[in-house]
Design a protein around this ligand. Structure first.
Ligand code: AMP
Length: 205
């Protein structure tokens, strides 16, 4: 089973794919998580991400190519945050990789801005929280592993705007790209995590 999550920043791709990954027993591959880890020791990458820009296509494609040679992908995987440009989508086609479903999480821009400012992520296990809709039991600490909860550098207001611009210019065309292939499923992502997850799971089942 190969799945792909599309959607604007804050649509819920990470949270929903994490839940789908647990349910289906296939790994979630988040290019954002991999780059955030790498950015700890790579100043240039850190700057790109903090400014809300996309990482160059050849860098991302090389990284994904390597990731997809690891053993854990043999039963399938969920791509979260990749592809984000037509060049990246064409890369997957050229590699001969076919997807069962593309799930587009469709969310309003107002909702995105509201969500991202109150988003907190565990610095250790990457679990995602929201101060309003999904607060941790103990302030600042992850329920699952006790790790410190942080506001992502790129969830600051000015960067959110830049990321939305990048999304509209470079990623939104992928909706039509996969619509034409007949594998696109639009899911209304304005509801709660549980609702959006259930709708996404229906697509797969
Ligand atoms: P995310 O966690 O998916 O929102 O990704 C965070 C940041 O990582 C993005 O704003 C980009 O700077 C970078 N990034 C993640 N995935 C990609 C991708 N497929 N192409 C280019 N840049 C990416």
């Amino acid at each position: 089973m190969k799945l792909m999550m599309l959607g604007a920043p804050g649509a819920g791709k990470g949270t929903v794919s994490m839940k789908l990954s647990e349910k289906l027993g296939i790994p979630q591959i988040s290019t954002g998580d991999i780059f955030r880890e790498e950015a700890k020791t790579n100043e240039e990458l850190k700057k790109i991400m903090e400014s809300g820009q996309l990482v160059p296509d050849d860098v991302v494609n090389d990284m994904v190519r390597k990731r997809l040679t690891q053993d854990d992908v043999s039963l399938g995987y969920i791509l979260d945050g990749f592809p984000r440009t037509v060049v990246q989508a064409e890369f997957l086609d050229n590699e001969g990789i076919e997807f069962d479903h593309v799930i587009e999480l469709d969310v309003s821009e107002d909702e995105v801005v509201k969500r991202l400012g109150s988003r907190r992520s565990c610095s250790n296990c990457k679990e995602v929280y929201n101060l309003i809709t999904k607060p941790p039991k103990v302030e600042g600490k992850c329920d699952k592993c006790g790790g410190e909860l942080i506001l992502r550098d790129d969830d600051k207001e000015e960067t959110i705007r830049k990321r939305m611009k990048e999304y509209h210019e470079k990623t939104a065309p992928l909706v039509e790209y996969y619509e034409k292939k007949g594998i696109l499923n639009k899911v209304d992502a304005n509801g709660t995590i549980e609702e959006v997850y259930e709708k996404s799971l229906k697509v797969v089942e």
